[in-house]
Ligand binder design. Structure first.
Ligand code: NAP
Length: 293
């Protein structure tokens, strides 16, 4: 069994990005600039945004954090988005989700200029991804693909079972795994809460991507020997062993499933660490004009 080390790969990709930024600066170009809008004081969102800003600093990016109280109106937020769309110094920007209930997330996503949508949530980027055109791929699926690529895990002709069909993980990773590409070329089955014979399906899988958000859902009796497991789940469960009082649990019962696997990602230390790196990679692509000129 090989443990897929998200930390090592994330550090590798970060070092490559930092190297490219240095070259850009040496060539007299401006630093890649990521702007992040955060609304309200959701604990998780504040932590994510802080680490996005910190990673920008580490890699030599410019970053701008724009904070609003959760009383901001939808119109005010949309007007800020319009301003960032037009700001030539900003290469890419994101609006941290979730948003307060009175603001439509879909409206916000669609208001972002798709050429600056480094989260890859705009329907144009999602559509381009699904037909194999250059685009910004959203962070989690992009991080999973990077892990499969760097570990040279064969995917062509393999049966890949994705558990979960969300717009940010399940659907895009299913779409990427079925593309005519490497990694890709897999035969993909997508399962969700209405799937009847889940265990029958997972037992046939060469690769399982678990993204359902149910801690330790996938057990040893549900997988065959030699399976590759990508565990996307990150659920906070109470713990007396940590200072914070909680710890992260994946969707896979790691201790019993790992001995049956050829490869497996741990939680934490797997997919999660790749997501910020993927966002920074998209921002670098935006700064270089590699996707949309
Ligand atoms: P989500 O929007 O809640 O979607 C969960 C999906 O799982 C849904 O499609 C749901 O089916 C399906 N599902 C739920 N219970 C199921 C069951 N018993 N059997 C089969 N399918 C079931 O979640 P998400 O945003 O995709 O996130 C999934 C997990 O990944 C969460 O733990 C989240 O925290 C984590 N995550 C991690 C990262 C990272 O960077 N590591 C990034 C994003 C998300 P229905 O569609 O029928 O409801």
């Amino acid at each position: 069994m090989i443990l897929i080390d998200g930390k090592v790969i994330a550090e590798q990709v970060k070092a490559e990005i930092a190297g490219e930024v240095k070259e850009m600066i040496a060539a007299g170009k401006k630093r890649p600039h990521l702007a992040v809008i955060i609304v309200g004081h959701d604990g998780g969102s504040e932590t994510y945004v802080a680490s996005k800003v910190k990673s920008c600093e580490q890699l030599g990016f410019k970053s701008t954090k724009i904070e609003y109280e959760d009383t901001i109106s939808e119109a005010e937020l949309l007007s800020k988005i319009e301003e960032l769309n037009k700001d030539a110094d900003v290469d890419g920007f994101i609006v941290q989700l979730p948003l307060p209930k009175h603001i439509s997330e879909q409206k916000v996503i669609e208001a972002i200029d798709y050429r600056k949508d480094v989260d890859g949530f705009h329907p144009i980027n999602i559509g381009r991804m699904s037909i194999g055109m250059p685009c910004y791929v959203s962070a989690t699926p992009s991080g999973i693909i990077e892990l499969l690529k760097r570990y040279e895990i064969p995917t062509s002709g393999k049966h890949c079972v994705v558990i979960g069909r969300s717009n940010i993980v399940g659907k895009p990773i299913a779409s990427l795994m079925m593309q005519k590409s490497v990694p890709g070329d897999a035969t993909v089955t997508v399962c969700h809460s209405r799937t009847r014979n889940l265990k029958e399906i997972t037992l046939q899988a060469d690769i399982i991507i678990a993204a359902l958000g149910k801690p330790e859902f996938l057990t040893a009796d549900m997988v065959k020997d030699g399976v590759v497991i990508i565990d996307v789940g990150t659920t906070r469960v109470p713990s007396t062993e940590t200072k914070s009082g909680f710890r992260l649990k994946g969707d896979v019962k790691f201790d019993e499933v790992a001995p049956k696997c050829s490869y497996i990602t741990p939680v934490p230390g797997g997919v999660g660490l790749m997501t910020i790196v993927s966002l920074l990679k998209n921002t670098l692509l935006a700064a270089k004009g590699e996707i949309y000129g």
